[in-house]
Design a protein around this ligand. Structure first.
Ligand SMILES: [Zn+2]
Length: 206
């Protein structure tokens, strides 16, 4: 791939020039790994398990920004390796948080889908589009928990019948858990676990 050739010489996190691989030795050592922490979102007496590889800060923020908005789609191949490293369960199927048609058109790809597909290849599990968005929403960024809930409620629908499966739900960033929670509600009747590349700083243990 030409892009890989062009970008391959730079660390995908801090963009330092490197001779091989995809990251520099400093990032390897200093990136804000979550140490496999499991976050549990509590809603309606149900707990949803969420695992994230990194905290969403510093170079992780910059790297994900390039992945989503600066056409560095190929980063997903490397991100998926980290995601694989914190999975300790076997799943029946992998799915992902859908984005709206409008956003898909603007960006050209759904970053969560790209991550899910790279991960699926690595762990040899089928990736299926189980959920879709039936309406566009405003961006959730900078919105509080309650506002997010109101915006996102009822936005997702089940795309196909699936029951009694162990599902791994993928997204790029976990912030308040509103989106993941809403998606998991749609997948009721299944055992849903969430995995994201990064999670917000406010989820950090103090
Ligand atoms: Zn680096």
């Amino acid at each position: 791939m030409i892009l890989e050739f062009i970008f391959g010489r730079y660390c995908i996190f801090c963009q330092a020039i490197i001779s091989d691989g995809h990251m520099c030795s400093k990032c390897k050592k200093d990136l804000p790994y979550t140490d496999r922490e499991v976050i549990k979102i509590k809603e309606d007496d149900n707990y949803l398990s969420v695992k994230s590889v990194f905290y969403y800060e510093d170079y992780i923020m910059d790297s994900i920004y390039r992945f989503k908005y600066k056409n560095r789609k190929h980063y997903a191949k490397y991100y998926a390796r980290y995601m694989k490293s914190i999975i300790d369960n076997r799943f029946d199927v992998i799915t992902y948080v859908p984005i709206s048609k409008k956003r898909l058109k603007e960006r050209g790809y759904n970053q969560a889908e790209v991550l899910a597909k790279e991960l699926g290849k690595l762990i040899n599990i089928e990736v299926k589009e189980l959920i879709y968005r039936h309406k566009d929403t405003q961006k959730l960024r900078n919105k509080g928990v309650e506002a997010r809930k109101n915006i996102i409620e009822g936005v997702f629908r089940k795309k196909c019948m699936v029951k009694g499966k162990k599902i791994l739900l993928i997204d790029d960033i976990y912030t308040t858990g509103t989106t993941l929670n809403e998606c998991s509600k749609v997948l009721n009747g299944n055992n849903v676990h969430c995995l994201t590349l990064a999670c917000g700083k406010n989820t950090k243990k103090s």
